[in-house]
Design a protein. Structure first.
Length: 427
């Protein structure tokens, strides 16, 4: 689907100028809506989330306090749990350091309090923080490394208390193996959850960067459009004004009345140029969309031809076929191609005795052709002009899947042929 990025009041104008901070804010708001109420709250208050994590760990380690069989171990267990909870408060800032410290605490907890019921619980939260910060490969490797000391201890050093053994149930060796597997997979699950959160955050960051890049590209496209419109306005108007002033200087003594008409046309051209420039630059300040047409519409084609005639070009204008479609973008495209071509004839052509402008609307082939030719002698020195005019014509024609060929004509002079396909224009 095409958009009116490059033509008149039918165009879609980007932010003027593009506000990158606004784009980032909109992307952040979109990401916040995807999180939901609870996640959005904790995302905005990370320290509260840290407190929730510590409380969750304390609940996981409180099972032993409700058992009447292990009162002798409560003191050491309480100290280790509180120490681990304190360390967990810093998991967001220094996840690797916290993971290393908690790995040591877990070994001490199992060694000092063999009957603890929360073996490895603190590692889950630490590994989650590591997975959020670092790549998945690193995080899963650390999950295995952190489980190795506990697994070795459980397999070779740990002795199940008699209270844990059930008559006729699995042996102590089997229980140790099962506990080791559970600890290992618990670590891997914690890392998996953290890795998923990391991917989600990376996706949100990509959306934010995409919004910024899109805003930057839109701003560049808008500046290019403004530059092209300013080139058309200034190049046309100044060229015509110079030609009119030269003509007025020639006839002022011989025919003051005609010189007055020429000066009147000169004044009118200047005012029109100022009005057009205000409209073009106004797009940069006005984002209401109420008046996006920086240039005259197709009804000004006659005035355009007459203005160049006043400037001294002997123009013959011919229009064949049915009227062109009432499309502001198409009308402006045809207008600008004719204007740029005649401006170049007026600026660079010498000894011009005939200029032909032909617009042919062929409904059978679905083509609209615009042909401007002259019989003068012009310069082909590329240093005279910037080349922006021809590039601009081709860009405009491209909106309607068209082409522009410009170059010396076979009979002398210069020729510009534009072929447009209105049916394939913006939709």
């Amino acid at each position: 689907m095409r958009t009116y990025d490059q033509a008149g009041d039918a165009e879609r104008t980007a932010a003027s100028p593009a506000d990158l901070r606004s784009a980032e804010r909109r992307a952040a708001e979109f990401a916040a809506r995807r999180r939901g109420v609870v996640r959005r709250y904790f995302h905005a208050h990370p320290r509260i989330m840290d407190v929730v994590v510590v409380l969750a760990y304390l609940v996981a380690g409180s099972g032993i306090f409700f058992s009447g069989n292990f009162k002798d171990d409560l003191g050491a267990h309480t100290v280790l749990v509180l120490a681990s909870a304190t360390v967990l408060m810093f998991r967001r800032d220094n996840p690797l350091t916290v993971l290393a410290i908690l790995s040591v605490f877990e070994i001490l907890n199992v060694a000092v309090v063999p009957n603890t019921g929360n073996v490895g619980a603190s590692l889950w939260f630490a590994l989650y923080a590591v997975a959020v910060r670092y790549r998945a490969v690193v995080s899963f490797a650390l999950a295995v490394v952190a489980a190795v000391p506990l697994v070795l201890y459980m397999l070779f050093l740990f002795e199940y208390p008699a209270a844990y053994m059930v008559e006729g149930g699995p042996s102590a060796e089997v229980n140790s193996i099962i506990s080791s597997i559970v600890m290992l997979f618990s670590n891997i699950i914690a890392v998996g959850i953290g890795a998923s959160v990391r991917r989600s955050r990376a996706h949100e960051d990509e959306l934010r960067q995409w919004a910024v890049r899109n805003s930057q590209l839109a701003s560049v496209a808008e500046r290019n459009r403004i530059a092209r419109e300013m080139h058309d306005v200034v190049a046309h108007s100044l060229t015509v004004m110079v030609a009119l002033s030269d003509g007025a200087a020639v006839v002022v003594k011989r025919d003051p009345a005609q010189a007055g008409e020429v000066l009147g046309q000169l004044s009118h051209t200047g005012r029109t140029a100022l009005a057009d420039m205000r409209r073009v630059l106004g797009v940069l300040r006005d984002d209401s969309g109420s008046n996006r047409s920086p240039q005259p519409d197709h009804t000004d084609m006659g005035a355009l031809i007459e203005g160049f005639r006043q400037a001294g070009l002997p123009i013959t204008f011919t229009q064949s076929g049915p009227p062109t479609p009432e499309d502001p973008a198409l009308a402006l495209t045809v207008y600008r191609i004719v204007q740029e071509s005649l401006t170049n004839v007026l600026r660079y052509g010498t000894a011009v005795s005939r200029v032909r402008v032909t617009v042919d609307n062929n409904l059978v082939r679905g083509e609209l052709s615009v042909h401007i030719s002259d019989d003068g002698r012009g310069t082909m020195n590329t240093s005279v002009g910037t080349g922006r005019g021809i590039v601009g014509m081709r860009e405009r024609a491209g909106i309607f899947a068209g082409t522009v060929d410009a170059g010396p004509a076979s009979h002398g002079g210069w020729s510009v042929k534009a072929l447009l396909h209105p049916a394939e224009g913006p939709e």
